[in-house]
Design a protein around this ligand. Structure first.
Ligand SMILES: [Fe+2]
Ligand SMILES: [Fe+2]
Length: 223
């Protein structure tokens, strides 16, 4: 059977390439904002259903190192600072930014590696709106009673914490669980330990987690 040879199209004019870039940017940022809005609207019932769902294993027993490698295939479509940059690159960008400031101690590097591991559930089809941050308070305990008396919206933070809490130093487990809170909203309900961890871990970690994001920063380090 005769085959039709493939022929190259005429080169696209620069205006077509620019228009395509502009259109992709608009679509990405619009969709990212919509995902974040859907997450912000997550209800108490939806959060409870997700917590219940993830009592079950996602991948079964799996080495943590395999999860690091899987992060290379995870893109957070709600993140309009990373764009299509993988979560593996995000982890490495955080570590390099910490290292540049002399902040890459063992605990912070560990936090950088594990804090977003829950996002691997997107590889199993979990919608991004259930996985992304930030997580608002749905119910509170008494003032000063502690964040663990509060109910937050469910996200990858909760998933990673639920799997890793018995394998991490307590402060890093706390940081994984609460790295997507809004501290000003949660402060009245924090106990002394929450406030201490916020000051010593969450506040500095968040600088590197959020400010290091770029689709242009190619890390020199590797996992
Ligand atoms: Fe995160
Ligand atoms: Fe992160």
């Amino acid at each position: 059977m005769a085959t039709t040879p493939l022929t190259a199209q005429n080169p696209w004019p620069p205006e077509r390439v620019q228009e395509q870039t502009r259109r992709f940017y608009e679509i990405y940022t619009r969709d990212a904002a919509a995902i974040r809005a859907r997450h912000a609207a997550q209800t108490t019932a939806e959060a409870a259903a997700l917590r219940h769902k993830y009592l079950q294993p996602v991948f079964g027993e799996i080495p943590t190192w395999s999860l690091f490698e899987m992060m290379a295939r995870v893109i957070d479509p709600a993140d309009d600072r990373l764009y299509c940059t993988s979560q593996e690159i995000h982890m490495l960008q955080v570590i390099e930014a910490m290292a540049a400031d002399g902040m890459a101690g063992e605990e912070f590097v560990l936090a950088a590696l594990v804090h977003d591991l829950g996002k691997v559930c997107m590889l199993k089809g979990e919608p991004a709106e259930n996985v992304t941050y930030m997580n608002s308070l749905l119910a509170t305990g008494a003032p000063g009673a502690g964040l663990d008396q509060c109910t937050l919206q469910w996200s990858c933070d909760d998933l990673a914490w639920s799997r890793l809490k018995n394998h991490l130093p307590p402060a890093i487990a706390w940081l994984v669980r609460y790295h997507g809170i809004t501290p000003a909203d949660c402060e009245p309900y924090m106990n002394a330990q929450d406030r201490d961890y916020t000051e010593r871990y969450l506040t500095p970690f968040r600088v590197y987690d959020l400010q290091s994001k770029s689709p242009f920063a190619r890390p020199r380090c590797r996992i």
